[in-house]
Design a protein around this ligand. Structure first.
Ligand SMILES: [Zn+2]
Length: 91
């Protein structure tokens, strides 16, 4: 086996850097969700309401109930983990 081929097969079978990169990305996303728990509602784009074509009437967004913000999935997971740890400590 030539050294070049050996190096290529070594990198193809070693998933260590990819796993490390995935863990770092997940940790970064969780930190992002702790600092900024809300995102703009994708349906109303953060406005919280929709204007009528006339521009003189409006209604609240059904998905975010007019708040314009939605809780991120990562923040829900973080809150669930936090509550689970708290329950364990109490018992
Ligand atoms: Zn909305």
């Amino acid at each position: 086996m030539t050294p070049l081929l050996a190096a290529a097969s070594h990198t193809a079978t070693n998933p260590g850097p990819l796993i490390l990169l995935g863990i770092l990305a997940a940790a970064g996303y969780m930190l992002h969700c702790v600092i900024w728990p809300y995102r703009a509602c994708p349906k109303c784009r953060g406005a919280g309401r929709f204007l009528a074509p006339s521009g003189r009437a409006w209604r609240y967004c059904n998905r975010c109930s007019g708040r314009g913000a939605q809780l991120r999935t990562g923040r829900r997971i973080w809150t669930h983990i936090k509550n689970t740890d708290r329950n364990r400590r109490d018992k």
